[in-house]
Design a protein around this ligand. Structure first.
Ligand SMILES: NC(=O)c1ccc[n+]([C@@H]2O[C@H](COP(=O)([O-])OP(=O)(O)OC[C@H]3O[C@@H](n4cnc5c(N)ncnc54)[C@H](O)[C@@H]3O)[C@@H](O)[C@H]2O)c1
Length: 310
């Protein structure tokens, strides 16, 4: 198959591209390199630089490369940026997704997989519970709103034009190549800081000094596996959670990484960050052989160690 991966120069998209190539598919990456990096694009993929906000750019890549499948990973991914710049967030995540959907219909693609967010779309997940896809979404940030709008448009295009689509709601994804310079992606941030001999700050869940927020950390390899199954049409529901159902606090992540690296970083405690959900946990919709947290942290730490040694 020929597969168009939008956002394929980014963290998750580049792993999806790698896996597709390894399975013998042809891959075209479309990305504006705003947060992605050219070096993340696998050597075997064709790279097209373009902006999701431009319908002409999007249509051109479909017209020139005629993909069979589309993996739509490209997005404005920062929750805090969406709060500061909601119009930009919507331009990329809502209008950009519409451009991809319109081109997918026009060029008669066979299936489209959409990267949505289980980490943000459900809002607070009460103690003792896991969010299921039957829950009514409770988007709090503009980012969660724009992803939910993207999902709704997928539903409309699928019923209106018969476009086969698959929505994947990712939990907190971590692994090699995640950008450690943003304000999210705590595994990448902590890995980088441990290598730099810097302290790790745990932002409070409620009050400074607690173990931090609870999240569902899913290894990027498991997210890639869900994407491949989604593209092949093997998932049994149109909306699927991609998480582990296992909760971890920020402190557990700090200790797990320190253990994996055999280091004892200083740990400091910060206040609660405005807008942070206290607890997010998904009822997993894929599996069952998911990478355990300790193993995933060890693989991620090893990748950052190798990179910092370069
Ligand atoms: N990382 C997570 O924990 C997580 C969780 C839930 C959902 N997601 C979703 O998964 C997808 C991939 O996220 P990621 O973590 O790899 O982030 P990322 O920032 O590494 O990847 C996003 C890619 O999209 C590209 N992009 C951004 N704006 C663009 C534009 N206007 N035109 C073309 N390309 C553009 C970026 O350059 C980047 O390569 C996103 O849709 C994100 O919303 C990620």
């Amino acid at each position: 198959m020929k597969v168009l991966v939008t956002g394929g120069a980014g963290f998750i998209g580049s792993h999806v591209a790698d896996a597709l190539l390894a399975q013998g598919h042809e891959v075209v990456v479309f990305d504006d390199l705003s947060t992605g990096r050219r070096e993340n694009v696998p050597a075997g993929a064709t790279f097209v630089e373009g902006d999701l906000r431009s319908e002409a750019d999007v249509d051109r890549v479909f017209a020139e490369h005629r993909p069979d499948w589309v993996s739509h990973q490209g997005a404005q991914t920062s929750v805090s940026k969406s709060t500061r710049e909601p119009l930009l967030d919507a331009a990329i995540n809502v209008m950009g997704t519409l451009h991809v959907l319109r081109a997918s219909v026009r060029h008669e693609i066979q299936r489209l997989v959409f990267a949505s967010t289980g980490g943000a779309i459900y809002g607070e997940v009460p103690e003792g519970e896991r969010a299921t896809t039957a829950w009514m979404p409770q988007p709090i940030s503009p980012y969660a709103c724009s992803k939910l709008a993207g999902e709704a448009y997928l539903g409309a295009f699928s019923s209106e034009f018969g476009l086969p689509t698959q929505i994947l709601r990712y939990a907190n994804v971590y692994g090699p190549r995640q950008d450690p310079h943003g304000e999210a992606g705590v595994v990448a941030i902590f890995s980088q800081r441990i290598h730099g001999g810097e302290a790790l700050r745990i932002n409070a869940r409620k009050e400074a000094g607690d173990d931090g927020c609870v999240r569902d950390y899913v290894y990027v390899g498991d997210v890639v596996a869900a994407n491949l199954r989604g593209l092949r049409g093997e998932l049994d529901a149109p909306v699927v959670n991609v998480g582990t159902g296992v909760e971890a606090t920020t402190k557990q992540i700090a200790l797990g990484l320190a253990r994996a690296l055999g280091k004892e970083p200083e740990i400091t405690f910060g206040d609660r960050r405005e807008g942070d959900l206290e607890r997010s946990l998904l009822e997993p919709g894929t599996g069952p052989d998911l990478v355990p947290l300790d193993e995933g942290l060890a693989q991620t730490a090893a990748w950052f160690a190798e990179r910092s040694g370069r």
